[in-house]
Design a protein around this ligand. Structure first.
Ligand SMILES: Nc1nc2c(c(=O)[nH]1)N[C@H]1C(S)=C(S)[C@@H](COP(=O)(O)OP(=O)(O)OC[C@H]3O[C@@H](n4cnc5c(=O)[nH]c(N)nc54)[C@H](O)[C@@H]3O)O[C@H]1N2
Ligand SMILES: Nc1nc2c(c(=O)[nH]1)N[C@H]1C(S)=C(S)[C@@H](COP(=O)(O)OP(=O)(O)OC[C@H]3O[C@@H](n4cnc5c(=O)[nH]c(N)nc54)[C@H](O)[C@@H]3O)O[C@H]1N2
Ligand SMILES: [Mo]
Length: 765
């Protein structure tokens, strides 16, 4: 008998072989160079590896498929703008080993689901389209044409287009993403959930409302020139390693860095630039001038405490706030101040878990400087009050006039390499009317104005059988989403699940009645089409659009590009009823860009400007103090102090990334900077919390989360005593996604609250 969707979705609860060492305070340096070489040579031949490292993030080369950190506009190091984790990302993609008919004939879905995600990832690159028929135990090969027709058949059999869900992960390029949303809208729905819903959606919500643009306002140059950079809720040494070079440069220019994080993350404390041999020998530079060990979800309280003290000073001495800026460019100041006065400093500071001494050091830096940048990532966006976290930071910047000028502003550090670009070109379940109108004018069909499903809504719709076809352009839906067991049942309820992927992942194993795997080209591979090798484009975290072009031969001749897959499906599904000649786009991607420039603002002369080796900046109102909000000004906002409480036996858990993973892709089992080797089933706990519970180092525990009367369980974790605030704990994503309740998400943004999961820890007796 085959196992349940829940069982297939579950990461096996076995231990590997835990070793520990003291956590590191320094990041990168020699050990990073060693780790890079090890990872690359495991998978690739040396010639390919060299070719790649010279072309990655070089002008005219290909964009690293890792994070969305921008490349410097001018100088780039000779060896490629690379970092350890960028190289790992590319080594993972550019593997020589492929899997196809033989692999799937000899491994059933059931058997593959028993592997760990690390093992699944090691199997190799997908090399041909595969189909799992209803009730079958094994995937079988299928031709591309038959596969497209199958998708078309299922889509056309639906009662209405809203019964289909079209997910996107953030590696998809602008060209593929634009065509994909165009197809989805012409098909008749706006069900376009994307990984952004689980990532920076809260940033987008907060920033659009307060500053009129859902993106950050700063450039790399601003970071170099800032007087103070606050890095809050972010672990750059692991997730955006090249950011540390920018912070180092900022410090060299006299800037100060404040790091706000429950964990003393390695790179936040010290950093050794692996591209600087002298620094490698001398042990690197100090990064954080002040490290703030905040309690999990203590950020609104901490920022409020800062705001209150600033106000106190302002009332004594008139030069603390930038009153000219507030007067000319903002709205809502009086209401904001009136609300702020209802809070008490001591209560806020207490709720943040930060000591008075540390607070004062931060306060003095903020008080005495006016060019401030705030950088943040998932530590702020994955809470129920995530939107408030970001709006409260915006309040701080507005008071100081620290926006829209050199060395100042907002810097939400994006995750996937093109997640920002995908949204820009229309991957949005609630796209603005102006965008839909432009689609209508250009193509002559009327896109639905009804908002579609975001990730959480999509899961519920599939669970309730209101949605019956799931299509994923990239990503690993089942492992990325919260509430794994419920979500697995949601997918299993579908008639068809389809994934366009480079590598095998768990989402291929937790399927609807029928399932398809579409293997596609990766970033590093040459994209041959009728008019020659194609170039594509991406937008980084700072709104720069640049080209990307693969350098390696494709790992199989049966791969299609994402653009070709989208065109194939659109053509097969819509046929004569389409107003669009779909197949022409796959022959020549210049035509896609010609269309994008007509529909999306800021892309004029797209093809021409893409030839600029550094790419081009998209317009950004906040950067030039043009705030396109409802009031036409930058808006102050009123944010409540979150009022979550733990029961006596509860801890608040954040689910974070190790140093050896890219989201659900597990490169290795270690987390070197935190001193963890060969094991992912661990829970970092405060040593006092361990003592209260009589827990010893490496003791085995089960984790439980209770939410709205439902208990969720994840078994077998080893306890690690760690430098983490009391009542807080940390585990790795995706192992603990089973514990994240689907209904716990950010207000207005619906980002799952995967950084504030209330759990209890139970020793196995
Ligand atoms: N190598 C690598 N690079 C990546 C990724 C990857 O998995 N691997 N993922 C990419 C993606 S999609 C994204 S979104 C980004 C993610 O980048 P990050 O957001 O840096 O990733 P997380 O590991 O989720 O780390 C969150 C950090 O926030 C802290 N934190 C958690 N809760 C709180 C809180 O309540 N308050 C504060 N102040 N801090 C808190 C944690 O201690 C941790 O340091 O990285 C991108 N880049
Ligand atoms: N508990 C918890 N859950 C989280 C998070 C968390 O911090 N905690 N973080 C959330 C965040 S920030 C994000 S962004 C999501 C990530 O969610 P996703 O974007 O869905 O997940 P990834 O792991 O990035 O997707 C990896 C898969 O993408 C495919 N892939 C890789 N490259 C390509 C490509 O070029 N093209 C195509 N078509 N496919 C490709 C491969 O098959 C690979 O297995 O997870 C979210 N989930
Ligand atoms: Mo992300």
């Amino acid at each position: 008998m085959s196992s349940s969707p829940e069982n297939k979705s579950k990461i096996p609860e076995r231990f590997t072989d835990l070793k520990t060492s003291k956590p590191k305070t320094n990041s990168a340096g020699f050990s990073s160079l060693k780790a890079v070489a090890g990872q690359v040579l495991k998978y690739m031949n040396a010639t390919d590896a060299l070719k790649l490292s010279f072309k990655m993030n070089q002008k005219g080369g290909f964009d690293c498929p890792g994070c969305a950190w921008p490349d410097p506009d001018d100088e780039r190091s000779a060896l490629g703008e690379y970092c350890e984790n960028g190289i790992k990302a590319i080594a993972e993609e550019a593997q020589n080993k492929t899997i196809g008919v033989n692999f799937f004939a000899s491994h059933s879905v059931e058997e593959l689901a028993n592997l760990s995600d690390f093992e699944i990832g090691k199997s190799g690159r997908l090399s041909e389209p595969m189909f799992l028929s209803e009730g079958a135990t094994h995937y079988k090969p299928i031709s591309w044409d038959d596969a497209f027709n199958k998708v078309a058949h299922h889509l056309n059999a639906l009662n209405n287009p809203d019964e289909a869900v079209f997910y996107t992960s953030g590696r998809t390029t602008n060209e593929a993403a634009f065509l994909y949303q165009l197809f989805v809208r012409e098909f008749g729905t706006a069900n376009l959930p994307d990984c952004s819903n689980m990532c920076h959606e809260a940033s987008g919500s907060a920033l659009s409302e307060t500053l009129g643009i859902g993106k950050g306002s700063v450039t790399l140059d601003d970071l170099y020139k800032a007087e103070v950079v606050m890095v809050i809720g972010q672990n750059p040494a692991t997730n955006h390693p090249r950011m540390l070079t920018a912070l180092e440069k900022c410090k060299k220019n006299g800037g100060k860095i404040i790091a706000v994080n429950p964990l003393p993350e390695a790179g936040l404390i010290r950093f050794t630039n692996p591209q600087n041999p002298i620094k490698v020998l001398t042990g690197g530079s100090k990064i954080a001038d002040v490290f703030v060990p905040i309690t999990i979800n203590g950020d609104v309280a901490f920022i409020k405490a800062l705001l209150l003290k600033l106000l106190e000073r302002e009332e004594l001495n008139t030069n603390v706030f930038d009153k000219d800026f507030i007067e000319e460019f903002t709205e809502g100041y009086d209401n904001f101040i009136a609300d702020l006065k209802t809070y008490k400093f001591d209560e806020c500071l207490k709720a943040s878990g930060v000591s008075k001494v540390v607070f004062n050091r931060v306060f003095n830096l903020i008080l005495n400087n006016n060019n401030i940048i705030v950088c943040w990532a998932m530590g702020l966006t994955q809470h129920e009050n995530a939107v408030d976290n970001i709006r409260e930071l915006v309040n701080l910047l507005l008071l100081k006039g620290s926006i829209g000028k050199e060395g100042a502003g907002t810097c939400p550090v994006r995750g996937h390499s093109n997640v920002q670009g995908d949204r820009t070109v229309g991957i949005w379940e609630s796209a603005p009317q102006a965008f839909l109108d432009k689609i209508e004018t250009k193509y002559g069909f009327k896109p639905t104005t009804k908002h579609g499903y975001s990730v959480i809504d999509a899961i519920k719709a599939m669970y309730e059988k209101k949605a019956k076809v799931f299509f994923g352009l990239g990503g690993n839906f089942i492992s990325a989403v919260p509430d794994t067991a419920y979500s697995a049942q949601a997918l299993a309820n579908c008639n068809l699940t389809v994934h366009v992927s480079t590598k095998l992942n768990r989402s291929h194993l937790v399927t609807g009645k029928e399932a398809l795997i579409f293997p596609c080209l990766g970033r590093s591979e040459k994209d041959y089409q009728k008019t020659g090798i194609q170039t594509q484009s991406v937008e980084n975290s700072m709104g720069i659009v640049s080209s990307t072009r693969g350098v390696l031969e494709p790992c199989s001749d049966k791969l299609l590009s994402e653009v070709a897959v989208v065109c194939g499906i659109a053509n097969a599904t819509l046929q004569a009823r389409s107003k669009i000649e779909w197949l022409k786009y796959k022959d020549d991607y210049n035509l896609v860009r010609d269309d994008i420039q007509e529909v999306v603002d800021g892309f004029n002369d797209y093809n021409k400007r893409l030839k600029n080796p550094s790419g081009f900046y998209l317009p950004n109102g906040a950067r030039v103090r043009q705030f396109k909000t409802r009031t036409g000004k930058a808006n102050f906002s009123i944010n409540k102090l979150p009022n979550w409480k733990l029961k006596d036996d509860e801890l608040i858990m954040m689910t974070i990334r190790s140093h050896d993973q890219f989201n659900t892709t597990i490169y290795g089992l270690s987390d070197r900077y935190r001193g963890i080797y060969n094991e992912r089933r661990i829970i970092f706990m405060n040593r006092e919390d361990m003592k209260i519970r009589n827990l010893e180092e490496q003791q085995i525990v089960n984790l439980k989360s209770k939410f709205n009367g439902v208990t969720r369980i994840a078994n077998n974790f080893k306890v690690i005593g760690y430098d983490i605030p009391k009542n807080c704990c940390a585990t790795y994503f995706p192992e603990t996604n089973v514990l994240v309740p689907l209904d716990s998400f950010a207000h207005t943004a619906k980002t799952p609250a995967s950084k504030s999961v209330k759990i209890t820890v139970e020793a196995i007796v």
